[in-house]
Design a protein around this ligand. Structure first.
Ligand SMILES: [Zn+2]
Length: 341
């Protein structure tokens, strides 16, 4: 699998829907747009095929500058990832790895692609890197950082005061790019929401106009930083559902589980019901250890939390829950107290 680099966008690129990108692009591609200033900003979109807000926002922005015949304030290198999955509007196909888990080496063709993108990126000395995603469940817009350094935090807070700090999984794009430029992931709500597209559009335009990203960490008290402590997985072959109390399922989660995202869940909060006592939810911490018994209690058939946590990215999409995870557990995090650790 080779990286396609376009010095000018293919004909009609700006008008294609994410399902149609395979008409214009031979595969994962990097498309370069020249602006008034260098180095460019690197933007990744469609690492997950069913998350089109990023590409929609960038197309809209590029079209505006094109129609007004004004140059971009800064050059932009746009990486368009899993267009094959985008064509079918799925996160990924089962024969493919997750495109946001291929950035720390490996043996697959997709790992070689990620290596090529990174060697190219290192030569450019990018101003910043932004990876744009949607969430499958209902979540407020937030940014993810993997380093608590000024430029990372300041870039992220331009998108949202709500930040998630995580260091696992380690194979994501934003962690790999963080080795050589300020790098963040943004989560712009659910796909198809016009507000999400406009928010990303405004954010990217703001970034293109930046002269520099401040290295100083100021006004930390205005930030809501959460630290991911674990993620929940369901067993591979389990039957799951989100319609409440359904006894034909192995795990029947509460309806609107995703409405709990970013709310403080108390100890003993009920996440759903387990009707197959042979199965257990798996909870994996940031060091890849199984910690299910620290977080989950099965009381009769209820699935309860053993301690207070703040969930994020809880999804009610069965396919995504099986392919990725049910969601993440977080706690509030103080940059000030943890700065030197
Ligand atoms: Zn995603």
């Amino acid at each position: 699998m080779k990286l396609n680099v376009f010095e000018t966008p293919p004909e009609g690129f700006l008008d294609l829907a994410s399902e149609e990108l395979t008409h214009a692009l031979p595969g994962p591609s990097l498309i370069r747009f020249r602006g008034e200033q260098d180095p460019p900003i690197f933007i990744a979109t469609l690492l997950h095929g069913n998350e089109p807000t990023g590409i929609q926002a960038i197309q809209k922005l590029l079209k505006k500058y094109k129609e007004e015949k004004t140059p971009l304030p800064r050059s932009l290198d746009l990486f368009v990832g899993n267009i094959e999955a985008a064509k079918a509007n799925v996160r990924r196909f089962s024969h493919q790895p997750d495109y946001n888990r291929i950035w720390r080496g490996g043996d697959l063709p997709e790992h070689r692609l990620a290596d090529q993108v990174q060697s190219f990126a290192k030569q450019q000395g990018y101003f910043a890197a932004i990876d744009i995603h949607n969430t499958s469940g209902k979540n407020p817009h937030y940014a993810c950082i993997n380093r608590l350094e000024g430029p990372f935090v300041n870039l992220a807070r331009l998108f949202s005061p709500l930040l998630i700090y995580f260091t696992r999984p380690n194979e994501v794009l934003s962690i790999a790019f963080g080795d050589f430029c300020p790098s963040i992931t943004i989560e712009a709500g659910q796909p198809g929401d016009p507000y999400g597209i406009q928010h990303v559009y405004d954010f990217v335009e703001k970034c293109l106009r930046l002269e520099q990203i401040s290295p100083a960490l100021d006004h930390e008290e205005d930030l809501y930083v959460y630290h991911t402590i674990a993620r929940i997985h369901v067993p591979e072959k389990s039957r799951i559902g989100f319609n409440g109390n359904h006894k034909d399922q192995d795990f029947s989660f509460i309806e609107d589980l995703d409405l709990q995202n970013f709310t403080e869940l108390p100890k003993n909060a009920v996440l759903g019901w387990r009707y197959n006592s042979q199965m257990k939810l798996s909870v994996i911490d940031e060091r890849d250890r199984e910690v299910g018994s620290d977080f989950i209690d099965y009381v009769d058939q209820e699935i309860r939390l053993k301690k207070a946590v703040v969930p994020s990215m809880f999804s009610t999409n069965e396919q995504i829950v099986h392919q990725d995870c049910l969601g993440y557990l977080m706690e509030r995090y103080s940059i000030a107290t943890n700065k030197d650790s």
